[in-house]
Structure formats: C-alpha cells, structure tokens
Design a protein around this ligand. Sequence first.
Ligand code: GLN
Length: 492
Amino acid sequence: MTMNTGHEIREAIARGEVSAVEATETALAAIAATERRLQAYLQVTPERALARAKEIDAAIARGQDLGLLAGVPVAVKDLFCTQGVRTTAGSKILENFVPPYSATVVRRLEAQGAIIVGKTNMDEFAMGSSCENSAFKATRNPWSTEDVPGGSSGGSAATVGARCVPIALGTDTGGSIREPASFCGVVGVKPTYGRVSRYGIVAFASSLDQAGPMTVDVRDSADALEAIAGFDPMDSTSANVDVPHYAAQLRNDLKGIRVGIVSEFEESIAPDAAMHALYKRAYEDLRALGAELVDVSLPHSKYGLATYYLIAPAEASSNLARYDGARYGLRVDGPDVFSMFDETRAAGFGPEVKRRIILGTYALSSGYYDAYYVRAQKVRTLMKKDFDEAFARCDVIACPAVSCPPFQLGAKSQDPVAMYLMDFFTIPMSLAGVPAMSVPAGYVDDLPVGLQLVAPAFEEGRMFGVAHAYEQATRHAWARTPIVYAGDGHAA
Ligand code: GLN
C-alpha cells in the first residue's frame, strides 16, 4: 500500500481494502526508513499505535461508524500532552515529564479514529523558526537535508513533507505552523484564536497559541480541523461557535470571490526577484480561477514584529514561571529552596527561552509595563482593525507566507533578530486572531514556498474553499518529489 492522503486511507479502510493496522505499519515503516536523515521525531510510539489500530479495526468489524480520521496515522508535536507518553516541549526542563492526561485535541483526534504514531521535534517551548532551538536535535528539511525544516513545528512539517504520515499537528503562536509548512511543501493551518482548545498544550503565549493541522492536501486539513475544533469547557478562551463540515466548503473555482492583495507586503517582498515572481504568479493563478483581485492595506503590520516580541515574551515569562523544580519536570537541588529554583531554571532552559523570559519580565516590570506592554496591546487593537477594514473589501487575503525559501542549518542561529524576521508575514494574523494557512505555491531554488491565505474570524471554511481550488488547479505539491521521501504514489 502506498502512503496516500488521510482521506484516501480512510476510504480504503471503508472499502475493506486495507486495515488500520496495515495503514499504521506503513507509516511506522516510512518513519523508520527516513528518520536517520530527517530526525523529525523525539519519540515514535509503535506499540501504542498498533494497539490503537487493532481497536479501530475491531470497532469497524463490529459495524461501528467510521470516524472522520478512521485508521489515519497522525504525528503530534511534542507540545501536546499525551497521557502516559513523554511530552518534552523540546526542553530539558520537561525531558522526563509524562503527563497524566491528554490534550483535548489529542483526545478528539483519537475519538475520530486517528492513530497517533509519535511526538515530533520542535523548537524549545515553540520559540523559534528553524527547529534548531530544540534541546535534543535539529530536524532536517526533506527537500534538502542541509536546510532547516522551519519551526517551531519543524518535525511535524518534515514528517508530512517526506510523506511518512499524511497529517501532523502543530501549534502556531506567530507563524510556527505556516512557516515550516511553507519550508517543507505542505499545507499548514492556523485556525481562528479560540477555534481549537488549548487545554493540554504546553503554554507559550496564551493569547496567541493555536493548534492546527499540517497535511499533504487541503482536504485533509479540512477534515483534521473539523475533528479537533470546537468548544471545550476546559479552555476559558475556547469559542462556542459551531464547527461546520469543512469538506463541504471546498471549491473548484473562485468565481465571485474577492481576493485582497496587501499592498504593503508586496513592497516587503520586492527585493527578492524570484520570490516576488512566485507570488505574482500565484495571484494571477487565483485570478485565472475566477477571483477578483482587490488592493487592501494593513498599515500597522509593519509594527507586527515589535508588538509580538513584547506580548509573546511577556506571556511566556509568566507561563514559564511554573517550571521551578518544585512541581514537575527537572529539579536541580541546591542548599536552599531559592538556589533550587535558580539551579533548575539555569540548567533546564536553553538560551532562546532564557532570552524570552528576560525580555518578557522586563516588559512587564513596574515602570515599563505601560511604556511597553500596554502600548503593544494598543497596537494589537489597531492591527485587528486593519483586518476588519480589509475584510470589508474582500473575502480572503492572499499574501506571502515567508520572505525566503528554507535556509541552511546554522545560517541564522547566531542572529536572533534575523530568525525573528522569518515571521514577518505571519505575525499580523496571529496578533489579530484571524485564521490563516500556507498552501504550496511552487519552488524557488528547487525548494518549496507557500502562499498564505487569510480569512475573517471563524471563516476557515471560506479559506479552505479558496485553498482547495488553488491547490487542485496548480498541484505544486505533486509536481516534484523531496529527496527524503517515503511515499510512492499519490492520487489526491
Ligand atoms: N518564530 C516565532 C517565535 O519564535 C513564532 C513561534 C511560534 O509560532 N510558536 O516566537
């Protein structure tokens, strides 16, 4: 059997052509065959996966309804708590942490029949854009093993990009699903803030964090989001808004759709001629599908990075205060309790995490709180208004996901600001809380690049509709094959 998309696997299972156990074995073999080169996983969980697959097969044999993801192998970023399975957040401080419960999204995936095959590598506490901030290892890009897969959900992007599994979960605080999706040539979705429960996801910046799918095709993202989305009383910011059947909203043309092109962004991308040409062609492809292109403006987006790097570290400094050696995770003993706190945090956190804690603590400290944190919140409100005004003129926005194709390992690791700049095009949507996704848009220097599509809050279905029409017309994801590749046939 070939490793196809999730919906193809589910359909094959429904027809009795393949079992959940066989689908799981295929994924586990694909992981085993590529992992030495890819380093995408912190842990693979074959026993648990095969036991679960047997249960799914038995349920199907009993005539139970097939879940939305019945028998589909799925990988999850190591930021999601998995009951009884180590969850590290890519950090030494949680190296031996085994959560006593699973994140709501993990439970929802499993309730729909998905088989979780392992926990993927990531930047420590989801802080980074290259996966190089993992305390454990650097994941490679399946298109070029000299290059980074992006981050922070780099392991999830790489394993889907190499076609080991059709679906992986990531999280996105400022770009951590969309940027690695672009770098690895896969679809990556950051839902509306509040759409997906954060319960059981190790917190980075709570007003920004969202979980979402990373998949080979748009249809699988639609199904996976439908599986994980929806109200959860365990997350106070979860929205009580009905979840539609997204697959019913997939389109094959864009007649009557107004697509907003962000004038300021075009100037930002302009210096790189190849990137500029790629995005110009993508907009023309949307027009050829029937869309009307309209100019929109997001005038405050140029303050996005500055705003994000106050709000996200401020929230992180508060969230990460819990890792003190007293409750769970690493403990390094000292002569008294305060030195125990100090020693634990000094040994447990990596340099980027420490940098964020210092930045955030400073921004929240008395005397600076109004000057930095409160002002950043005000700019955030202005950015949200920009999107409201833009969406009065268009149905979706199309813009770059990234400013460059994947870069070499080590190329930016000594320069935090260069690394932060990777999220220039993704941060404004995170601050505004609107849904956004990256969909494969072609290749620059033989490396994949994604187009970002953005919709108003809770209009993920509209975004999927446009992404699907674009994907089916262009088929960039199927035009070439990565060098680390476990699939041998796609019929999406
Ligand atoms: N690269 C950004 C950061 O380092 C975004 C990370 C994320 O979305 N989790 O904060």
